[in-house]
Design a protein around this ligand. Structure first.
Ligand code: AHM
Ligand code: MG
Length: 332
């Protein structure tokens, strides 16, 4: 049997790959793993909270307020970052504005984290996979001062690390620091992540497409033509591709990363700028996709090269296997 490698051992062994190897980023990744274990535990109890312990948003049997799971997740990560000392500020999909941490230690820290604490939140109540997505940047403001909006509004090419935690049939943490993509599965009995998916590669082609087809009538002709191609016998498999749409981006992306596939959320009248957030969802997944050999674009521009102008900016997203995204773009 090969030796089990824990996430912590792996992070430490890769520390020398980081451009600024002071150990801060390693500690930050460990903080994320720690918070994700808390959230994983809470996610596993979600049904109990509703039906046995008291409704989320209401009171439990001890008369304590039950928080919604996305708020629980947001707080778990923010507390981990605040206490960890490696982060000067954060921005989260749950908060209107970014948060600059006040302590002197935080103001001396070098990193900011942007994250979606619980992606796919409409799936919480129906026991379907959800996840956390995160993106790490070095600050651009001066060390020793408060984090600024400019620290948050950096193009995706500037990411130092990015990843996600999928609370699925098991909990898996996948991340990149720009030297490939690795996945770690949580053993819940001992609360430890182990390397389970080393050097993940997204297949160059696939036969899974993920899109909300309820919006079909609003799609532009090029996208409709691509979907017709997916559903025809004219593709490289000689039979229709399979449609797979969970409605949790992080879960749809993870499946496509392993099996090969494309995820599409274009701009539609109901979401004219797109539905998904550039900073919390698209950039981190685009970094991972590219590191695994995949592609991510808004239809015109590589996701990672879009200059953000607002924290909660939304963009169209085509992400997945290289040949599939290129085909959807009409490139061949
Ligand atoms: P959320 O971050 O509020 O959960 O929203 C993002 C989610 C994605 O996970 C998912 O792919 C998409 O929204 C689903 O949107 P729709 O229901 O319009 O298909
Ligand atoms: Mg989300």
């Amino acid at each position: 049997m090969s030796k089990l490698i824990t996430l912590h051992e792996f992070i430490v062994s890769r520390q020398k790959d980081f451009p600024f190897a002071t150990g801060e980023l390693s500690r930050l990744l460990s903080d994320i793993a720690f918070a994700s274990k808390i959230v994983s535990n809470d996610v596993r109890k979600a049904g109990l909270v509703d039906h046995i312990l008291g409704a989320q948003g209401g009171q439990n049997i001890q008369g304590e307020e039950q928080q919604k799971l996305d708020v629980v997740a947001d707080n778990a990560f923010i507390n981990a970052f605040r206490n960890g000392g490696e982060v000067c500020g954060i921005a989260s999909e749950e908060n209107d504005d970014f948060v600059a941490f006040e302590s002197q230690a935080a103001q001396n820290a070098n990193y900011v984290v942007l994250f979606d604490p619980l992606d796919g939140s409409s799936n919480i109540d129906v026991n379907v996979s959800i996840g956390t997505i995160f993106s790490i940047y070095r600050r651009v403001s001066a060390q020793g001062s408060r984090a600024t909006l400019a620290d948050m509004l950096q193009a995706g090419t500037q990411q130092v690390a990015a990843g996600y935690v999928l609370y699925g049939s098991s909990t898996i943490l996948v991340y990149t620091t720009g030297n490939g993509v690795n996945g770690f599965t949580l053993d819940p009995a001992i609360g430890e992540f182990f390397l389970s998916h080393p050097d993940m590669q997204m297949p160059e082609n696939g036969r899974l497409y993920s899109v909300n087809e309820g919006n079909l009538n609003d799609f532009d002709p090029q996208l409709r033509a691509y979907l017709a191609y997916c559903q025809s016998n004219d593709n490289q498999t000689g039979k229709p591709y399979s449609g797979r749409y969970i409605g949790s981006l992080v879960a749809d992306f993870h499946r496509n990363l392993i099996k090969g596939g494309i995820y599409i959320y274009p701009c539609v009248p109901a979401a004219p700028e797109g539905r998904l957030r550039l900073l919390y969802e698209c950039n981190p997944l685009a970094f991972i996709a590219e590191q695994a050999g995949g592609v991510a674009t808004n239809g015109k521009t590589r996701i990672l090269e879009i200059e953000p102008s607002a924290l909660h900016q939304r963009v169209g997203l085509y992400i997945g296997s290289k040949l599939m995204v290129e085909k959807a773009m009409g490139l061949h």
